[in-house]
Design a protein around this ligand. Structure first.
Ligand SMILES: [Mn+2]
Length: 325
């Protein structure tokens, strides 16, 4: 089968797979899925996968132990494949592998991705990069191990098939992956719903600290570095906070921010039906999707909140005006 993937790898002796900084379930699932697939079906190519601190809860995925986490300046690769990274900055410390590779191929589903590689397979209508990766594979050649990786990725980027990004195509692919013999209920519980004690504590703290604004149409919560330190939480422990904020009754838009260094914040935004949060994130140098996006900002918690809320309010007001017309 010839497609963009086999074209990109033709004649290569070695290849490197890269994801984005703070890799999420989709990034880890898509890159490990492709890694396993290439090892199984293109053994003539030596493949390496580099990710920044993948969370241990994904250690049940095949070849998780083979993920490399530190950059080696001595290494050069014939081909570099990036997965789930919307721009080259998201490759962070592994960017030099991309820069020095003989050929580059980008596989992604972020709307804001401008196609930064020589070859690009960017499908903004796909639920996840894991879904895109599946379409580049020979269906019959997908092993149970590879299927488990891709299924995990789809689960994570669709909030267990709940977000509007989960289409009929997503469900059909997930169905084909299930048929490879996956214990889907266990995957969903273990990687999506199970929380450590610390994660429950920090979730509780974030909910206690939250407050409503814009007549209850927006909810905001912010955690400082010292809050994370108090609970012994790291950034991997913050998954799911934004989703709980989003389902607050009456809320259209949720914002969750946490401090990464003094007066430096990482921002996550979600919306339900009106606000295009990717526009807001892009304005501040970030990116994402209409209903889920993020960026980084500096200042105090209140500077960040004021700057974001201006942009959100404009969209809410414009929607209100359009409704009256
Ligand atoms: Mn993704």
């Amino acid at each position: 089968m010839r497609n963009q993937l086999t074209e990109a790898l033709s004649g290569a002796e070695n290849a490197v797979l890269l994801g984005h900084i703070h890799p999420d379930g989709d990034c880890i699932g898509a890159s490990l899925g492709l890694y396993n697939y290439l090892k199984e079906h293109m053994p003539q190519i030596s493949v390496e996968l580099y990710l920044d601190h993948p969370a241990d809860k994904f250690s049940y995925l095949a070849s998780f132990d083979e993920i490399q986490t530190t950059y080696d300046p001595e290494k050069r690769f014939d081909v570099c494949i990036t997965l789930d990274a919307s721009d080259t900055e998201r490759l962070e410390m592994f960017y030099p592998y991309f820069e020095t590779a003989g050929r580059t191929f980008c596989i992604d589903h972020h709307r804001t991705n401008r196609g930064f590689a020589q070859e690009n397979c960017i499908r903004p209508d796909a639920s996840s990069t894991s879904e895109v990766v599946y379409t580049l594979m020979d269906e019959n050649a997908v092993s149970r191990e590879t299927a488990e990786c891709l299924y995990t990725g789809i689960i994570h980027d669709t909030g267990v098939f709940k977000y509007s990004s989960a289409t009929r195509a997503t469900m059909e692919i997930a169905g084909k992956l299930m048929e490879k013999g996956l214990d889907c209920a266990k995957i969903i519980d273990d990687t999506f719903y199970r929380k450590t004690y610390i994660q429950n504590q920090i979730l509780g703290r974030a909910l206690l600290e939250s407050f409503l604004l814009m007549d209850g149409r927006c909810i905001f919560s912010g955690l400082r570095k010292k809050d994370l330190e108090f609970y012994g939480a790291d950034t991997n422990d913050l998954d799911g906070i934004i989703d709980q904020l989003r389902v607050t009754e009456g809320v259209e838009c949720a914002i969750f921010i946490y401090e990464t260094a003094i007066h430096e914040y990482k921002i996550s935004m979600r919306s339900n039906s009106i606000v295009d949060v990717s526009k807001v994130a892009e304005y501040f140098g970030g990116g994402g999707h209409i209903r889920a996006a993020g960026c980084r900002m500096s200042g105090t918690i209140y500077d960040v909140l004021n700057n974001l809320s201006k942009h959100i309010e404009i969209q809410l007001d414009a929607h209100g005006e359009a409704g009256k017309a």
